[in-house]
Design a binder for this molecule. Structure first.
Ligand SMILES: [Cu+2]
Length: 125
């Protein structure tokens, strides 16, 4: 007669997995914010369209950036912590949550572009 013995090994593994939460910059879009605003900005040689961008204070603002030029450009608003680089034909939507009211300078940081006119103003009101 065969005796089958089944050995149950207690599951004592307490290995924990750590997820990469250190540099997560993507916020859930469904936070139940009461309202938001979307603005589209086109990058080209050598301007932003529009060059005067208006955002709303106290809400989540989405900015749809699209590089429709024939060379790479950037969309940089230092005081709002925005620094986006776009290759030719690329587009990206960024979110600006609850910006403080005021005027901010936006510019393309590719050498020479700002001097050629690729700058503008972000107004938060
Ligand atoms: Cu540029």
């Amino acid at each position: 007669m065969l005796v089958l013995s089944v050995v149950l090994v207690g599951c004592t593994s307490t290995k924990t997995t750590t997820s990469n939460i250190a540099e997560s910059q993507e916020l859930p879009t469904d936070l139940g914010l009461t309202s938001d605003a979307t603005t589209s900005v086109v990058l080209s040689e050598y301007s932003f369209g529009p060059s005067e961008i208006v955002l709303q204070a106290g809400v989540s603002n989405s900015i749809e950036l699209s590089n429709q030029g024939s060379i790479p450009h950037t969309f940089v608003v230092t005081d709002l912590g925005i620094d986006v680089s776009l290759g030719v034909g690329e587009s990206q939507t960024i979110t600006v949550d609850n910006p403080a009211p005021g005027s901010y300078e936006v510019l393309c940081t590719v050498a020479g572009h700002s001097e050629l006119g690729m700058h503008g103003q972000v107004t938060v009101r």
